[in-house]
Design a protein around this ligand. Structure first.
Ligand code: SF4
Length: 63
């Protein structure tokens, strides 16, 4: 089955600018204010860069 990126909001402290937004090579992550980032599934290529980067493991590539 194809992997899917999900966000586990309960792991995200939602009190800072998400550094993973700028890591994404295709601009699939966006953030409003200090909220948890949102994923544009039309852009995401499931590369895993953001999930490897997020120190809180809030972005997860699931099977
Ligand atoms: S898995 Fe890759 S393409 Fe998808 S949001 Fe994360 S960094 Fe961007």
């Amino acid at each position: 089955m194809e992997k899917k990126l999900i966000i586990k909001k309960e792991r995200c402290p939602q009190n800072h600018k998400c550094p993973a937004v700028n890591i994404c090579p295709v601009g699939a992550l966006s953030q409003e204010g200090m909220s948890a980032p949102t994923i544009d599934y039309n852009k995401c290529i499931r590369c895993g860069k953001c999930s490897n980067f997020c120190p809180m493991k809030a972005l997860v590539l699931e099977e």
